[in-house]
Design a protein around this ligand. Structure first.
Ligand SMILES: Nc1nc2c(ncn2[C@@H]2O[C@H](COP(=O)(O)OP(=O)(O)OP(=O)(O)O)[C@@H](O)[C@H]2O)c(=O)[nH]1
Ligand SMILES: [Zn+2]
Length: 355
């Protein structure tokens, strides 16, 4: 865990955390890096690509030619040829890169067709609850998760943050923790819960939103924002996104539909980055998650686990767990114990018995 700050005074903290802070420098500077490439098949060779920013009852709002003079928003529907998979219709979700044919002019009243979904780089999913193995996709191609939690009012719950972390690690998405309402409470004590984890932390208060730091974090990335109701997520997004950038407004003007009635996400453009807000996501079940993937997000622990007995749970009561043995022998220094504790807490979150 590392604090992010524009403040020079924090150099000391940076040094303190630097030994286990490798993930915070794992940035992806190339703004196009989260755009998966795939070969255009011969059919629809004239298709153009675009990125889905809204989903509303079978109509998809799509940005095309982003960052060029031809940049525009268009509305599209699914082409029949998109087909079905075992779960039913192949779904197009916010964040998907798609290939489009038909009228792609973006002129009012026109409709393009989505003929292909490009390979997804990440997929953030949830189940209705922890026992439900049916997964729902929240967003495709996000590479960061902004976990918004209030320092107080509502009282922060470490277990809830754990759940978001599990979902992020499972999806291969970098978590960032944003603590709001720091005017009400010093978040230091709460943050001790995460001392063994590698993620970036940013503090915010509504009278002093750290806009520059946030914009720098979001630039060039697709960031999905999650948080419990009342934590101040809207306040944060409102400060970050002037009304004019709200992509969703344009779609409503074209379709004449009510404001994001049935969509559970709303996307905003911030510089060359995207923020996908999830106000409609009420629960975050983890029934679909594979605990093995959580371990692989802890690369240092995963390496030690190679020596574990088959079927090792890596939990405190696991006999001969090689991770625990190595850490007790000082393998990862002082932070090793904290990391193992955090990892164990996360997999216990899943109620899993085997990793
Ligand atoms: N003291 C303090 N209050 C804040 C801060 N940020 C937001 N609030 C207040 O907290 C309440 C909830 O803020 P919202 O931004 O609506 O929270 P939200 O997470 O979007 O919640 P939902 O709209 O329910 O999803 C509002 O009354 C805000 O004025 C902050 O930094 N400090
Ligand atoms: Zn083990």
């Amino acid at each position: 865990m590392s604090w992010l700050s524009g403040d020079e005074d924090d150099d000391e903290d940076d040094r303190k955390y630097s030994e286990y802070d490798e993930s915070s420098v794992r940035t992806r500077p190339n703004p196009k890096a989260n755009k998966p490439r795939s070969k255009i098949r011969p059919e629809h060779a004239d298709a153009i690509e675009g990125r889905v920013f809204s989903v509303d009852r079978g109509r998809y709002g799509i940005w095309v030619a982003e960052g060029t003079p031809e940049e525009r928003q268009i509305i599209a529907a699914r082409a029949r040829e998109l087909g079905r998979n075992q779960q039913g219709k192949v779904s197009v979700v916010t964040g998907d890169w798609v290939d489009l044919v038909g009228d792609t002019s973006g002129t009012e009243g026109t409709l393009a067709r989505i003929v292909r979904i490009r390979e997804r780089r990440t997929l953030l999913r949830r189940s209705a609850d922890d026992t439900d193995a049916v997964e729902r996709i929240i967003v495709a191609n996000a590479d960061q998760m902004l976990i918004v939690v209030a320092a107080a009012d509502p009282e922060p719950r470490p277990r809830l943050v754990d759940r978001y972390l599990v979902a992020a690690y499972d999806a291969g998405i970098d978590p960032i923790l944003c603590i709001t309402k720091t005017d009400l409470q010093d978040p230091a004590e709460f943050l001790e819960n995460f001392a063994g984890l590698e993620f970036r932390v940013i503090a915010s208060r509504s009278d002093e939103v750290p806009l520059e730091q946030l914009r720098a974090l979001l630039e060039g990335h697709t960031t999905v924002a999650v948080g419990h109701s009342g934590v101040g997520k809207s306040t944060l997004v409102n400060a970050l996104v002037p009304d004019a950038n709200r992509a969703v407004g344009h779609v409503n003007a074209v379709t004449g539909r009510g404001r994001h009635t049935s969509s559970s996400t709303i996307s905003y453009r911030v510089g060359s980055g995207w923020v996908v807000d999830t106000p409609g996501v009420r629960s975050f079940g983890l029934g679909h998650i594979d605990p093995g993937k959580i371990l692989s997000s802890f690369t240092d622990l995963a390496l030690l686990a190679e020596e574990c007995p088959r079927g090792c749970t890596h939990l405190p009561d696991a006999p001969d767990c090689a991770i625990a043995e190595a850490i007790n022998a000082g393998a990862l220094g002082d932070v090793g114990r904290l990391r193992l504790d955090s990892f164990q807490r996360l997999i216990t979150t899943l109620g899993s018995t085997s990793v």
